[in-house]
Design a protein around this ligand. Structure first.
Ligand code: PAF
Length: 282
């Protein structure tokens, strides 16, 4: 696996790959890699010839400095994992490489970021959009792979790609789950074994809600989710939303939407987790 810290060295290498006809696949990450990331890499390996994974803990997308400080940083283990998984290129820039100066640009994704993560994490999607745009410029991939767990992020990145005419095809890769259903996340390693077990309730509750979404009125569905999660002492629900899976607008009538997404965010102890289930065409 080739490892680059600078954009110049990365670009030079990828230029040669492109000249020899290779299709470049890109998996951007913030490290602390797990099976979920490896499934993104596998998806990239299936349809591209040269896979690039980036590891950069992006400060501009953290609206909470404690969260940024506590974000796990495990570069050596990540590097070994990627190497074993057959990744071709690791790009691990430092902060100076990505943000040589403060910059003035502010990204605003309008209605796409006014709910859910955007509402609870002000400025988060500005930071995501900024770093993804910078990384897309540096890697110039043919395809880029993002996880369904961050559904709103995927829609935001798709908008960014459209609005700024990036010539890249995006693919959303399904959520990978632990045995008891917890969506894989780098944050899971901050949970105690008991909290990790309890956190399985997030998916269990989403599944129960999905089973009844066409039968219960929405306010009752919301109450059901709130009640079920409040039975777990370490879980504090932040939001539960039933939205159109494409526009992420809240649905008024679930029978009208072509595809639904049931999304939630909750604290398990001090760790904030998100999850969702997609319900494509009924
Ligand atoms: O999903 C993530 O890990 C991050 O938000 C991303 C896309 C790598 C941008 O920092």
């Amino acid at each position: 696996m080739e490892v680059f810290q600078t954009s110049a060295a990365l670009k030079k290498y990828l230029f040669q790959q492109r000249c020899s006809g290779k299709i470049i696949g890109f998996v951007p990450t913030m490290g602390a890699l797990h099976e979920g990331h490896l499934s993104l890499l596998e998806a990239a390996q299936r349809t591209t010839d040269c896979t690039v994974c980036s590891i950069f803990v992006n400060p501009t997308q953290f609206n909470n400095s404690t969260d940024l400080a506590k974000y796990p940083r495990t570069l050596e283990a990540d590097r070994a994992l990627l190497e074993a998984a057959g990744c071709d290129v690791l790009f691990c820039p430092d902060e100076q490489e990505i943000y040589p100066d403060q910059g003035l640009l502010r990204l605003d994704f309008g209605p796409l970021e006014q709910r859910m993560e955007g509402a609870y994490r002000p400025g988060h999607f500005h930071g995501v959009g900024l770093v993804v745009a910078k990384l897309l410029h540096k890697v110039s991939p043919d395809k880029a792979f993002f996880g369904q767990k961050d559904l709103q992020q995927f829609r935001i990145v798709a908008q960014l790609v459209r609005d700024l005419s990036f010539d890249v095809q995006l693919e959303m890769v399904p959520i990978q789950r632990e045995a008891h259903g917890l969506a894989m996340s780098s944050r899971n390693r901050r949970l105690t074994p008991e909290q990790r077990h309890e956190a399985g309730q997030l998916y269990a509750t989403l599944q129960r809600a999905a089973a009844r979404v066409f039968e219960l009125p929405l306010p009752q569905l919301h109450r059901m989710v709130e009640e079920q999660l409040s039975a777990s002492p370490s879980i504090r629900l932040e939001y539960f939303e039933v939205v159109d899976a494409h526009t992420l607008e809240p649905v008024q009538d679930v029978h009208q939407a072509e595809a639904l997404a049931l999304c939630l965010a909750a604290y398990v102890g001090e760790v904030r987790l998100i999850d969702n289930v997609l319900m494509e065409e009924k």
